[in-house]
Design a protein around this ligand. Structure first.
Ligand SMILES: [Ca+2]
Length: 310
């Protein structure tokens, strides 16, 4: 079967890096572009991490996807990072063990590369594993082009009371709630892979022992050391959640997850609930049912978000 073309939009990030490695080496996927967005660490570091990862994998690749740097901050807010999870450099403080990458990012900005790549490969899947700042900007710039993507697969949001940033939110939606809300309401076909599903997908240190390629294997063991230690401190188990790889996995293995159709909104203005994701399933509502006007309005729209439930 022909591999599925994808664009990766990442805030790399240890688990973003695992998603990149998985996507590049998966026979089911063909990575056409990797774009970066500020999130786990500032965008410059994200871009450096992507270039370093590509350089270390270059001997395994027939072609190197274009890399482009994107938004340095969320749409309306100051950047909020996650260095305690990913290290000062975003890859578990191992960048100092490697020479600075000689690969270069494209001179175009991420939004332009995303739009150009979708135009050139209509039906492509866009996999977004960071704050949705670039994706929102691409939709705002040219919605009809973004509609030509097959889907946008988003790692973000959290349901059933789960959260990993503040009392109510998942990190990506917390960092740029305005972008997340805009993308969820865009009418473009979206698959949402939320935290309560990604936390069911767990990596153990022993899972990496079998990595056949010595260069890649050593890199993965190095970057995940910090990530395992963070999880050990917070969950008391030396295992790590595979949030971002699951979003890429959902494209590589379409029957991996179960979905329900519905609507998602993301709280931007809440006093206590920044980044809270709200989901309501697509149901037929009784005529004259006692519902707030805004809910009735939403329920008249066609549901375009498919939420992974497991
Ligand atoms: Ca990420």
């Amino acid at each position: 079967m022909k591999p599925t073309p994808i664009i990766l939009d990442v805030d790399a990030g240890i688990d973003d890096t695992l998603a990149i490695v998985f996507s590049l080496l998966s026979p089911s996927l063909r990575v056409r572009a990797i774009t970066t967005v500020a999130g786990n660490v500032p965008v410059r570091e994200c871009t450096r991490n992507v270039l370093l990862t590509l350089q270390l994998l270059a001997h395994r690749l027939t072609s190197i996807p274009v890399v482009a740097e994107g938004a340095a901050r969320p749409l309306k807010r100051k950047l909020f990072t996650a260095r305690e999870v990913h290290g000062r450099d975003g890859i578990g403080n191992v960048s100092r063990l490697y020479d600075a990458p000689t690969l270069r990012a494209d001179s175009r900005i991420a939004v332009d590369v995303i739009l150009d790549t979708v135009r050139r490969h209509p039906g492509i899947s866009v996999v977004a594993t960071g704050p949705l700042t670039n994706i929102a900007a691409a939709i705002a710039a040219d919605r009809s082009t973004m509609r030509r993507a097959r889907e946008i697969v988003v790692m973000g949001g959290a349901f059933h009371g789960l959260h990993n940033t503040g009392p109510a939110a998942e990190f990506n939606f917390y960092v740029d709630p305005e972008a997340a809300d805009f993308v969820m309401r865009s009418g473009i076909s979206i698959k949402l892979i939320p935290l309560n599903v990604t936390e069911q997908c767990v990596l153990a240190p022993s899972d990496l022992r079998a990595t056949a390629d010595p260069v890649v294997g050593r890199y993965l063991r190095r970057i995940t050391k910090f990530y395992f230690e963070f999880h050990k401190r917070t969950t008391n188990v030396r295992k790590a959640y595979l949030h971002d790889p699951l979003a890429a996995g959902a494209v590589a293995f379409p029957s991996l997850l179960k979905y329900i159709d519905g609507y998602v909104r993301v709280e931007g203005t809440g006093r206590y609930s920044r980044g809270l994701s709200i989901f309501f399933p697509h149901l037929s509502v009784r005529k004259n049912a006692e519902l707030p006007e805004w809910v009735k309005r939403v329920l008249r729209e066609k549901p375009t978000v498919r939420i992974a439930t497991r």
